[in-house]
Write a protein that binds this ligand. Sequence first.
Ligand code: AMP
Length: 584
Amino acid sequence: MSSFEELGLRRELLDTLLALGYEAPTPIQERTIPRLLAGRDLIGQAQTGTGKTAAFALPILEKVDPKLRDTQALVLTPTRELAMQVAEAIHTYSQKLGHVSVLPVYGGAPIVPQLKRLERGAVIVVGTPGRIIDHLDRGSLDLSKLRVVVLDEADEMLKMGFIDDVEKILSASPGERQTALFSATMPDEVLRIAKRHLRNPERVEIEHKAIHAPAIEQRFLNVSEGQKLEVLTKILELEPAEAVLIFRRTKTGSAELAEKLEARGFAAVAMHGDMTQPLRESVIRRLRAGQVDIVVATDVAARGLDVEQIEHVINYDIPYDVEAYVHRIGRTGRAGRSGVATLFITPRERKMMREIERYTGTPIKPMKMPTRADLAAKRVQIFKENIRKTIQEGDLDLYLELVEQLAEEGPFDIAEVAAAAARIANGSRTLAVAAEPPAAAPPPPIESDKTITMMMSVGKREGIRPADIVGSIANEANIPGRDIGPIEIRDEVTYVGIPERYVEIVTEKVGKKRFRGRALNLRVAGKVPPERRDTGDKFKPRGEFKPRGEFKPREKYKPREKYAPRGAKPRNDFTPRHSKKRGA
Ligand code: AMP
């Protein structure tokens, strides 16, 4: 693996990457950045999670001149969500370059502020094809000074029916420009576009050889970024292990997470590339000796790490590629011990997991989301175990005498006395755990989702095409284009299938939109369109926000006092460590 320095990036960008905690380029970055810096056109096969955004964003920042106000780089994305993310990423990477104006431009947002921003000049524009075309038609966006064009997630743009728009935009760009196309898959139509609009492109794909995953239990959990910490602490408490290795992508991420775990009472330390070798070695020694239970590491720092006691590897951030995954999970299940690997998956990373499964040939199984009830049961179990153990250890004569005295003196019986003593012993730790807040359940898998037929009041008469329907619904409601359909366009109405879980958001975001001047009135088929419904309340402002019945403010999470989950596995018993696991 090379370093960012070797890729030929300028000092300011290297400093930024350092500050962001990136340790080394990901495989796609390693192979893409030098080629783009050299001015080559490029086809990159990569998906979300591989670091592809930085792979094109960093070269773009090398190539634009922020002192000129012209739009010099254009990135096309299939969705507004991605446009925002990419614009934000470019903005982050540009921190130390002075002011580089980056403007996200997408449909569904009011156009006037975009016009004003474009008027002032945007050096880098990131947008969805439809809205870019709008601006070209209005003359508000000038592409004549473009130096670089990037097509991000080209296959998704194709699926969403944007391909004509993409071609139009490419044709409107100057011939003397550099073009890069990124796509997770390479269907013929994507390759055709590349052939027509890229000059002698280099093709970069990260080849995966089939590679064996170690024979350990592998499982995954769907979580949002914001849920990760809470879910992690539950897992750590429910499944105490002798040693746990947690992986994060960045140095800063590893340091922060170790700190947060420590603050919650876990014996956790970070291990990353900024730490000197002796410091890292001391972390490993402490892990072996049982002085720390959890190490939060980056891929670079954990290379070659070999600690037999590691029973659990947690991929808190998904790795960049299959090889990294296999290396990570190979840190557990050493020396004939059993091991577990857990993978946290955010919604956008599912494809990446499928890729891992495909190339390792082993399924990663879904894991049950740990609940507060599980935690409560676990705490009670541990408490009981501690009491039983104390009884077995004996040496209680003095206390027995005390309890008996208290009971004799009355008016309490022995059970009450014992309960009071138990409460004192337990301190302020909570044994009963509050019920789960009405959690934002992860979206159900697509297969199990019912398709609801929705209808709209425009059809062949208005000249609407399937691509218009998929493109606009996907964009406005920010849902994947592939989930939309089937579509049936009749003369005056159109029917479109929408997965049940998206119906609400689609109704809200697209319901009142217009097509060629006609209101869509998009609604669940069979329901009266809202415009015609007689509510008898003429003065009610339209579009007023009405909270749903079940909406409840989220209960505030109350952190428990330092509760050392280590209680479950006493360290200072005298069972030799190696015999503990065997036969278990
Ligand atoms: P992407 O595949 O572009 O969506 O990037 C996925 C995530 O990886 C983003 O959160 C980036 O900030 C992060 N990332 C990209 N490159 C690196 C790197 N070289 N080291 C650490 N994190 C990175």
